[in-house]
Write a protein that binds this ligand. Sequence first.
Ligand SMILES: [Ca+2]
Ligand SMILES: [Ca+2]
Ligand SMILES: [Ca+2]
Length: 493
Amino acid sequence: MKRSTSQAVFAISAAIVFALAASANATTVSFLGSDETTGTAWRSTSVVKPSFAFDPNADKAYGNDGYYVTITGTGQDRPVTMALPAYIASVTDKYIGGGGGRYIANQYPDFDNPTLAIGPAVANVNAGIFYANETGPVTIMDFTLAQDADFVLTIPLVGNDYRHRPTALSVTQTAGGVATAAAVVPTPASGDAVNYLFFEVDGSAGDAFDVVINGPDTIHGTGGVAFESIGPAPSYPDLVNALNPHGYWRLGEAGGTTAFNEVGFPGGENGTYQGNATPGVAGIPGGGGDTAASFDGAGDRVRILDPHDPTNYTLEAWVKLDALPTSWANVVMRTNTDSYAPNAFSHILQVNSAGMFRHYSWDGSGRHVDSTILAQPDQWYHVVGKYHPGGSGNGFVSISVNGTDEKKVSGSFGNPWTGGDRWMLGDSHQSLPDFHGTIDEVAIYHHLLTSQHIMAHYEAGITAPTVIPEPISMLAVGLSIAGLGGYMRRRRA
Ligand SMILES: [Ca+2]
Ligand SMILES: [Ca+2]
Ligand SMILES: [Ca+2]
């Protein structure tokens, strides 16, 4: 991984953040959202998580720095495990039920597989809950900061009985300030094992916070708390690799005819530059200096053999046009022949003479959706197409341009075309013109990216890291803070 640029930026950032903290930043607490798809796999690095905001180091595990949760035991009064980061001085569970004493219930086994655990080792981590045996708002846990810290606070809501979930939960500062934030608590279907709530806490040494719950049942609570600090922004390829791509071609070679696949898959890995397709030209701003490939609009392409057909998919590419094409020109296409005018094709991202992007897919009928954003020459665009089959109108074909311009056409769509065995980058079908411009960072996923993933990729890819020359004068620090803060915020969306 090419982390050198981001690490250098972080080193400078850390100095500035330290300077800022010394000037008494106000503590903030923000609700980031909830995860209702990960289930028990919160610390499995093989399961893609729905948003980088919940997983700021993009390693697909929550709570890297430590956690305070129930562990497997017998009886109703179980121990907890406490593996806390240096920035947390203490966590206290507040068992204040009407019956007195401790209240921990084991509602679901297999909350976590200890063989998948990262960070501090524990014997097992299950889905017990800390609960207060009464209704109404109750402080169920509290925690105190040992030092200045900016981190994601993860709160699991566990149990196979939805009555054991709170209907309201908030994090409120009780020392050092008055910051607070309330969660939007999802309503789980009965039998849901685990959901997660995420807050960002950006605080100072000595700050203390309450976790407050409320619910209609006397046995409602949380599974504990977990912590992961918000550090340097992950690099663009880290963000792609965090989503388990099927194939990822950075097009960053200095020369030669091989387009290396970062991931590799059986039966067809690297691509081949053909025609005048030329690697080594300037890539996207956020690519850490990695280069891209140029295509002259006449017979150039990258050819990638790939026998694996997805059941649903996401296509992702960055494009910069040298000139608008005279008709539809393809950025990405799946086909079954090396013919320069194939007549069997699907899974296409393309752009037309107006600069409109289209995602086209064939399931026995042609499905397509067009962008609102129109491309201009000499500017980078992030283009993502998703295809999902489904009956009863639940299928869709979508396109997103620059993170937000998501258009979706829904219908009863069949499985995606399985007649292809190769991908072509920059090569059009039938008599359409070939792509004329630069293509970078092409990724193909055999699953659907979330809108949060797509926005995070766009923001990381379009933003060149802010590098502040050393030595840093106080004037330079003052002038750079606003821009750097914006950069760090954007990079972890
Ligand atoms: Ca993580
Ligand atoms: Ca590249
Ligand atoms: Ca050519």
